[in-house]
Ligand binder design. Structure first.
Ligand code: ATP
Ligand code: MG
Length: 315
């Protein structure tokens, strides 16, 4: 399949040890190539799709770090713009013993926040089978919001749209997030919420009710549920698909990697259950390495992992 995405090209710099808040001086490691849609498109390319990303980097080493990685994985980076006068976006991450994470972004005012409507007009959208968008790209600033809106407006009706809300509540209020995401949810065929997002976006009492409401509107909804796996909602069906036991080293990026797995599986003609299983495997493999893209696997690696899991559960 030919896949397109748009979003913040970032590098991630993380605390070396847990329980080291940003208010204190300790060591960091990185840069690691990052950004939610870059993680998605990197994995999608490794899984064998033809992939393009719209985004912006600075003319600096961090920009090269991310662009080089995407190229190595086979992503077409020809529409990535180098924005003179701006530095590449960064995300600092601190991990805590209770499993929580703190993020400190330099995104809105960095090169990553400089995507514009002109970037959309420069692209022939008719060649893409699938567009994947995330809510955070809408929330970054007005340029990025307008660029996404233009993209949706110009999207051929034959292109499938998937949407991962992925907006952390510390960025905007629930009501602001709802207003921002509504038009894109309306156009989406696939929605990939994480815990609390379906409830927040629909205003319903819990995630299952929210997902069922979207399914009633004709969408296929895939609720990502961390180490528990995922639940797929389609028409009246609700498929609970358990994940696989792995040692979680770094959960950042699992959601985006999962989405790439699911989209690929649908493109390959798998059933919704099998697509959920394939995506669970890609997501599980992604948490085994430190760094958001460092656990990205090829299609062969995901298939091998699934075979091994079958062997260990049937014997
Ligand atoms: P992100 O933190 O990247 O925003 P998310 O919250 O959107 O991620 P999660 O639900 O944390 O997404 O993870 C996505 C998928 O990855 C899960 O549905 C599951 O299939 C897999 N996964 C995540 N964590 C684990 C884990 N510890 N063990 C096995 N599989 C996991
Ligand atoms: Mg998670």
């Amino acid at each position: 399949m030919k896949l397109l995405t748009i979003g913040g090209l970032l590098v991630e710099i993380m605390r070396k040890n847990i329980d080291e808040p940003f208010t204190e001086s300790h060591s960091f490691v990185g840069p690691f190539p990052s950004g939610d849609t870059p993680i998605f498109i990197n994995e999608a390319a490794k899984l064998g799709n033809e992939c393009t990303i719209i985004g912006t980097v600075g003319n600096d080493g961090f920009g090269d770090c991310i662009v080089n990685r995407l190229q190595e994985s086979g992503v077409d980076t020809s529409v990535i713009k180098v924005k003179e006068g701006y530095t590449t976006g960064t995300a600092f991450v601190a991990y805590f013993g209770d499993g929580t994470r703190q993020f400190l972004y330099h995104w809105r005012h960095s090169a990553a926040g400089m995507i514009t409507e002109e970037d959309i007009d420069a692209i022939d959208l008719t060649e893409f089978d699938w567009l994947h968008v995330t809510g955070i790209t809408l929330a970054v600033n007005n340029h990025c919001k307008k660029a996404v809106e233009r993209l949706i407006e110009k999207l051929p009706s034959t292109t499938t749209l998937s949407f991962d809300p992925n907006i952390r509540p510390e960025v905007l209020s629930a009501e602001e997030i709802r207003v921002l995401c509504e038009p894109i949810i309306k156009r989406s065929e696939y929605i990939f919420p994480s815990a609390t997002e379906a409830s927040m976006l629909t205003g319903l009492k819990d995630d299952v009710s929210g997902c069922k409401e979207w399914a009633k509107q004709g969408k296929t909804v895939i609720l990502k549920n961390g180490e528990k796996g995922c639940i797929v909602f389609h028409k009246d069906e609700m498929l609970e698909i358990p994940s696989f036991k792995v040692e979680e080293v770094d959960p950042t990026g699992a959601g985006d990697t999962f989405c790439a797995g699911f989209v690929t599986a649908i493109g390959d003609g798998m059933s919704l259950y099998d697509a959920g299983r394939f995506a669970n495997a890609a997501g599980a493999l992604s948490v085994k390495n430190k760094g958001p893209m460092e656990g990205a696997s090829t299609k062969k690696e995901v298939e091998l992992f699934l075979k091994e899991q079958e062997r260990t559960t049937t014997h």
